[in-house]
Design a protein around this ligand. Sequence first.
Ligand code: IPE
Ligand code: IPE
Ligand code: MG
Ligand code: MG
Ligand code: MG
Length: 323
Amino acid sequence: MTNNLFNKLSDNQISNINKIILDQINTPVEMLNNACAHLITSGGKRIRPRFAIIMAGLLDKTLVNDEAFARTAAAIELLHTATLLHDDVIDESQLRRGKPSTNNLFGNYVAVLGGDYLFAKVYTLALYNNKNILLNEFSRAVTTLVEGEISQMDNIADINLSEKEYFKVIYAKTSILFEVAAKLPGYILDIDDDKINLLAEYGIAIGNAFQIVDDVLDYTATEQTLGKDIGNDLEENKITLPLIYCLQSLDNEKDITEFKQAIKDKNIKLINDFIKKTNSIEKCLTKAKSMIGEAFQKLNIFNDNEYKDALLELNNLIINRDY
Ligand code: IPE
Ligand code: IPE
Ligand code: MG
Ligand code: MG
Ligand code: MG
């Protein structure tokens, strides 16, 4: 996902945002500094703050280089970082961004408390714009993220999980952050609610597509390219869209029983055969594409500029990414 307009138009601001984030990691407790810095400096696409920057450029180019806005965009990435610290503990993941996860290196105790530390710093950064609505958005994001992770746990091993329930969970655990990123510039510029809603809709569509592709990559990627454990979802009995579409496509009892048993047995080879036979990966990607397309069309009320071109590029990058 490098060398494209979406990244080019946000690279300078991201260097600044990386500095802003690192400046927040300033505790005298060395182990806490090391644990947080480990993840922050280990790479990462920075897609959420980049998205906020490009959405800002769509609305008003002068906002792109505004320092208070940069701090709010940094808050989004910091919030994402905190969720990764907790997520790898919950998922018992050993690999993140091609490196040992923080829980792997420092243990669960430090990873969980490191995440808490970063959650608090999110609010320090979000204060810079002096707008209560932004604090409220960050608070809504954190509570929704927790609801998402708990609902996901509640749904574990539910082989008949509906598509609707799946979308509820991914909104809460992933799309909410893209929604907030998309709305931030709108709130800072005080634009009308109608317009804010269109930004939110597009942010949610991008977030949904992003998580659908993440769930697809959990079946199709290699650990080396993805930089994190693969096959984790099946291992943890998580029913994601490739499995839901696969089950929907099977039309005889024998296949259905065999497929459900394969999920219970974590028989990845058999599951992959079924996924292939039913074109379930293609169905997931088609769904992701159509969600983005529909929401993007409604942004036609905003004037065309290079930032809108970058969004058009992003629509494809999200679908075609391999890490
Ligand atoms: C991983 O997010 C968590 C999901 C919501 C799927 P990213 O894929 O954006 O992770 P980094 O920040 O680039 O490592
Ligand atoms: C993504 O869930 C949501 C969050 C990180 C909160 P995953 O558990 O699928 O994310 P990865 O695949 O570990 O990055
Ligand atoms: Mg998880
Ligand atoms: Mg995970
Ligand atoms: Mg995943």
